[in-house]
Design a protein around this ligand. Structure first.
Ligand code: PLP
Length: 371
């Protein structure tokens, strides 16, 4: 006989998904209603406002794309990049590489600005690339590189891109809700995030936001957006204001209840309090990890509080340690990605997971396993 699937209760301290707030899981189990039901539409309007607060923006086009963070990334690129466009991509980890793939699949040319993995994006190198490529239309980079734990200076990079008349696409998958992010004050043109990191929601949605400059670029396209599903001109027909809503795709109703609940939780905590909470627990985790002799990959000034990458000590078996933590302590930490595989562990403190008992559990378990 086939039986139901009952996953174990893990503590998720990897690079995501992070621990889901139990209130979010409960919200998700509420009755499914029609995605054009007036009650649902009212909830969507409220969710847009809550997302605007989380992104610190007044952008009308602030919505969750019905698919994971990679789809938010793709939404930005397919709408803003046309065949023949030049896009400067600053890469300091895995996800910059994914941006390059997106540019090329849109028929654009990606000019890569390579930074050391584990360091922030270097504004001087970006400026050199902007000077060398006056034809560039867009600058793209990742605020919070989940593969290394490095945080880049969005305000400076966006200011620079604007000086050379470029639009900006910013990846905020791991930063939203966990670390300072001010879309309007910093002038970001297009931004995307994910629900499974510092929002403590389930995976599967990607909040995005576009300012008027980005919308003008989309409206002024010479060619149609090649993706039907992600074409914002069409998506807006569903996410537009109240009565004008028209069917576009069947919204993931219960997942949207989950996101609404996580945004209510964030709103009630206060965005800046959430940023401070991530910093507080990062400092505690850092003190414990350093007391065990572990060293951080990223220099302190460029470090994300929510993603702690530490070097695996010589002679320690990466997979055996992570396996023991998972099997004996129900604790997940992350492996290294790409060139960092086997060299680092990535310990996440994201959203609901950024709390005292998780820090203590992680330090105690790691100390026992490392002997
Ligand atoms: N960008 C960054 C910085 C990420 O960390 C991730 C996922 O970990 C993504 C994009 C892709 O998001 P998803 O896995 O939800 O598609």
């Amino acid at each position: 006989m086939t039986t139901s699937f009952y996953p174990p209760q893990r503590t998720l301290m990897g690079p995501g998904p992070s621990d889901v707030n139990p209130r979010v899981s409960q919200a998700m189990a509420r009755p499914t209603i029609g995605h054009l039901d007036p009650m649902f539409v009212a909830m969507m309007d409220e969710m847009k406002e809550l997302l605007q607060q989380a992104f610190q923006t007044g952008n009308q086009l602030t919505i969750p794309v019905s698919a994971p963070g990679s789809a938010g990334m793709e939404t930005c690129f397919v709408n803003l990049v046309e065949p023949g466009d030049t896009v400067i991509v600053c890469q300091n980890g895995v996800f910059g590489g994914r941006m390059k793939e997106n540019v090329e699949r849109c028929g654009g040319t990606a000019v890569m600005v390579q930074d050391e993995w584990g360091r922030a994006v270097d504004a001087n190198k970006l400026e050199d690339a902007l000077q060398a490529h006056p034809e560039a239309k867009v600058v793209a980079f990742v605020q919070a590189e989940t593969s290394t734990g490095a945080s880049s200076d969005v305000k400076t990079l966006v200011e620079l891109a604007h000086r050379y008349d470029c639009l900006t696409i910013v990846d905020a998958v791991t930063s939203l809700g966990g670390t300072e992010l001010r879309v309007d004050a910093w002038g970001v043109d297009a931004i995307y995030s994910g629900t499974q990191k510092c929002l403590s929601c389930v995976p599967g949605l990607s909040p995005v936001s576009f300012n008027d400059r980005a919308i003008a670029a989309i409206k002024g396209r010479k060619s149609p957006v090649q993706s039907w599903f992600l074409d914002l001109n069409l998506v807006m027909g569903y996410w537009g204001q109240g009565a004008k809503r028209a069917y576009h795709h069947t919204a993931p109703v219960n997942t949207l209840y989950a996101l609404h609940e996580s945004l209510v939780i964030l709103h009630n905590e206060g965005l800046e309090n959430s940023w401070a909470r991530h910093r507080l627990h990062h400092n505690a985790l850092k003190a414990g990890l350093e007391a065990m002799g572990l060293t951080f990959v990223v220099p302190e000034a460029e470090r994300l509080p929510q993603l702690n990458a530490v070097t695996i000590p010589d002679g320690v078996d990466d997979a055996a340690v992570r396996g023991a933590l998972l099997n004996d302590y129900n604790l997940e930490i992350g492996a290294g990605l790409g060139p960092m595989a086997g060299k680092v562990w990535r310990i996440g403190l994201m959203g609901y997971a950024a709390r005292k008992d998780n820090v203590l559990k992680c330090l105690a378990a790691l100390d026992e396993v490392l002997g």
